[in-house]
Design a protein. Structure first.
Length: 215
């Protein structure tokens, strides 16, 4: 157990490096401007730091579940990085944990989340510069694609490396994003009036609209 701890955890330089990489990467896509933007980005950053702290720093979840894990999976060293991928062991996958179905799905969802952030930002930035509503591209499908992007990234990481702190944070941060979205809607309604009401009546808030009005 100690060998696993020595080799897989206490790597605080990796905690800092990975946290910075993903936070800066997300910043380059989301480009927060307003106070609301910074709040949503700050919440996402807290999730990322909590994630990598457990992934490379201190495995709090494994310690809290150590009794159950030892009884359920005797002989498995959960302090090794490989077995820190809890879904891999719990769901009975074999081989390299980085290539199991949950891990591969996480890459797709995380990548999709970053893609949504990038595409949504381009539409929003152009609309803001023109003093107009963002109603094209992904904004023609649902009203808050950037928040959906952040939620997808967090959910993807939960598929890859579930921890008690991030499982607790996920619904809290999702609630924060919904509240921030409602505030943005109130601000947009105050600025654009009926134009926003008409847009909101046609485009759902979070569940994408894929049906075409032309069909």
């Amino acid at each position: 157990m100690e060998h696993g701890m020595d080799s897989a955890y206490g790597l605080w330089s990796l905690v800092i490096l990975n946290s910075l990489i993903f936070i800066i990467f997300a910043f380059s896509f989301a480009k927060p401007q307003t106070k609301t933007d910074w709040r949503s980005f700050g919440a996402f950053s807290a999730f990322i730091v909590a994630l990598f702290t457990e992934m490379y720093g201190f495995p709090l979840t494994i310690y809290l579940l150590s009794g159950w894990l030892a009884e359920k999976y005797p002989g498995v060293d959960f302090l090794s990085h490989e077995n820190g991928h809890l879904w891999h062991t719990i769901l009975g996958f074999k081989g390299n944990a980085h290539f199991d179905p949950m891990h591969m799905a996480s890459f797709i969802i995380i990548g999709g989340g970053f893609w949504i952030l990038s595409i949504a930002w381009n539409v929003l930035y152009k609309a803001q510069r023109a003093g107009k509503l963002a109603v094209t591209g992904l904004y023609a499908k649902h009203r808050h694609p950037q928040y959906i992007g952040f939620i997808m990234i967090m959910f993807g990481f939960l598929l890859q490396w579930p921890t008690i702190p991030t499982l607790v944070l996920f619904p809290i941060l999702t609630t924060i994003y919904v509240r921030l979205a409602r505030k943005e809607e109130a601000d947009a309604r105050a600025e654009f009036g009926k134009a926003y009401d008409d847009y909101a009546a046609q485009v759902p808030a979070f569940i994408p609209k894929f049906s075409s009005s032309e069909s």
